[in-house]
Design a protein around this ligand. Structure first.
Ligand SMILES: NC(=O)c1ccc[n+]([C@@H]2O[C@H](COP(=O)([O-])OP(=O)(O)OC[C@H]3O[C@@H](n4cnc5c(N)ncnc54)[C@H](O)[C@@H]3O)[C@@H](O)[C@H]2O)c1
Length: 348
C-alpha cells in the first residue's frame, strides 16, 4: 500500500517537473523570439506621416517595422496620428523638417510637403523652404545613419506638359514665376538635391514621381478635386469646376500608390528613379464630377468657375518603367476606388 503511494507521488513529481520544464521552455523561447524580432525590426522615419498618403504608408509599415512619424501637422490630421498610436511600433514626433534634427534610422521616406494647390499656395515661401531645407536636413540624416532615403516627387514637376503621356525623360514645362512654382520648382530642386547627395556622398536614394492619388483619409477641407466633389455631392451642394472641365487627370487609388512607393524603396541598389507612379486611366474633370454625382445618387448640379492659373490641361503618366523595373501596375478600378472613398466620407 505504502509502496503504491510512493510510486504515485514519484510519478506526480516526475510529470509536474516535466510540465514546469515545458512551460519554462515555451516562456524562454517566446521571450527570445520577441526580443530578436524587436531588434531585427527596421527603424523607419516617415516625414509627413500624418498626412493623407503618409498615414496609409505608416499603417502598412508598422506591421513589421518601428516607425517614427515626423510631422508639423500643417496639413496633416491629428486623428490619423491618434489612430496609428494604438500600435506599439508607432512613434509620433511633432517637428518641422525645415529645422535640423537627428533620428537613428535605417530608412527615410520624405512625404512632408503640402500637396493640395490651396494649401501649398497659402504660404508659398514656406512650401519652398520645406522642399529645400527639409530635403537637405533629411538627406543629412540619411548620410549620418547610412540610411536609404525615398523622395515623394510629383507629376507637377512636368508643369503643363507638352508631351503626352509624360515619361521620366521629359523635362517639363513649368512656369517658373507662376503661383504653382513654389510647389513645382520646390519639388524639382528637391530631386536635384537627392541626386547631388547620391553623386557626392553616395547616399542611397529612391525618387518616385507620384501622379494624382485619392482615397479614404483625405481631409474634407483639403481642396483636392476628388474629396471636394465627394463632400459636396454627399451634401447635395454644387460641384464647382475650374474651367470647362475638359482638363484631364489620371487618378490612382492610394493602396496602389503605396505599393509602388514600397516596391521602389525595396528595389535593387542601382534603381534610383525617378520613376512615375500613377494611373493611366485618363479622365476629364467633367467626367469625374458626373460619375461622383451618379455614384452618390446626389441632387448636386455642376457649376463652372474661371480656369485656375497654370492648371495643367492634360495629365497622364507613362508607367512603362514602373511596370518593367518594379513589376508595378495599378489594380483598383476608378469605380471601386471612388466607391471606397465615398463610403469613407459617408462615415465621417
Ligand atoms: N496626393 C497626391 O496626389 C500626390 C501627388 C504627387 C505627389 N504627392 C506628394 O506626396 C506627399 C504626401 O502628399 P499628401 O497627399 O499626403 O499630402 P498631405 O498634405 O496630406 O501630407 C503632407 C504632410 O506633410 C506634413 N508637412 C508639411 N510640411 C511639413 C514640414 N515642414 N515639416 C514636417 N511636416 C510637414 C503635413 O502636415 C502633412 O501631414 C507630398 O510630398 C506630395 O507632394 C502627393
Amino acid at each position: 500500500m505504502i509502496k503504491k503511494k510512493i510510486i504515485k507521488y514519484w510519478l506526480l513529481i516526475f510529470f509536474f517537473n516535466w510540465y514546469i520544464f515545458i512551460l519554462l521552455y515555451i516562456f524562454i523561447h517566446e521571450t527570445i523570439t520577441d526580443y530578436l524580432k524587436d531588434i531585427m525590426k527596421k527603424k523607419i522615419l516617415v516625414a509627413g506621416g500624418a498626412g493623407f498618403i503618409g498615414f496609409h504608408l505608416c499603417k502598412k509599415l508598422i506591421r513589421n517595422n518601428i516607425v517614427f512619424c515626423v510631422d508639423n501637422l500643417s496639413t496633416g490630421n491629428i486623428n490619423n496620428v491618434k489612430e496609428l498610436q494604438n500600435n506599439n511600433n508607432f512613434y509620433f514626433i511633432k517637428k518641422n523638417i525645415q529645422k535640423k534634427f537627428n533620428i537613428t534610422c535605417d530608412e527615410i521616406y520624405n512625404l512632408a510637403c503640402p500637396a493640395s494647390p490651396n494649401k501649398y499656395q497659402k504660404n508659398p515661401i514656406d512650401t519652398i523652404k520645406t522642399n529645400v531645407f527639409g530635403s537637405i536636413n533629411l538627406l543629412d540624416i540619411a548620410k549620418k545613419n547610412k540610411a536609404k532615403i525615398f523622395q515623394a516627387s510629383t507629376s507637377e514637376i512636368y508643369g503643363d506638359p507638352l508631351v503626352h503621356p509624360q515619361n521620366e525623360k521629359y523635362r517639363g514645362n513649368v512656369n517658373i514665376t507662376g503661383v504653382r512654382a513654389c510647389y513645382d520648382e520646390g519639388k524639382r530642386i528637391a530631386e536635384s538635391l537627392f541626386f547631388d547627395y547620391n553623386r557626392s556622398a553616395n547616399i542611397k536614394i529612391k525618387v518616385a514621381r507620384i501622379f494624382n492619388t485619392y482615397g479614404p483619409y483625405m481631409n474634407t477641407d483639403d481642396g483636392r478635386v476628388v474629396s471636394n466633389f465627394i463632400v459636396s455631392a454627399l451634401q447635395n451642394k454644387p460641384l464647382l469646376i475650374n474651367g470647362d472641365g475638359s482638363q484631364t487627370r489620371s487618378f490612382c487609388y492610394v493602396d496602389d500608390t503605396i505599393k509602388g512607393i514600397i516596391k521602389l524603396m525595396n528595389s535593387g541598389k542601382n534603381i534610383l528613379g525617378p520613376i512615375n507612379i500613377g494611373s493611366t486611366n485618363e479622365k476629364t474633370i467633367l467626367f469625374l464630377a458626373k460619375k461622383i454625382i451618379q455614384m452618390t445618387n446626389s441632387k448636386s448640379k455642376i457649376f463652372f468657375n474661371d480656369f485656375k492659373a497654370d492648371d495643367p490641361i492634360k495629365r497622364k503618366p507613362d508607367v512603362k518603367l514602373a511596370n518593367k523595373i518594379l513589376k508595378w501596375k495599378e489594380k483598383t478600378s476608378l469605380e471601386d476606388g471612388i466607391k471606397k472613398t465615398i463610403e469613407y466620407f459617408k462615415k465621417i
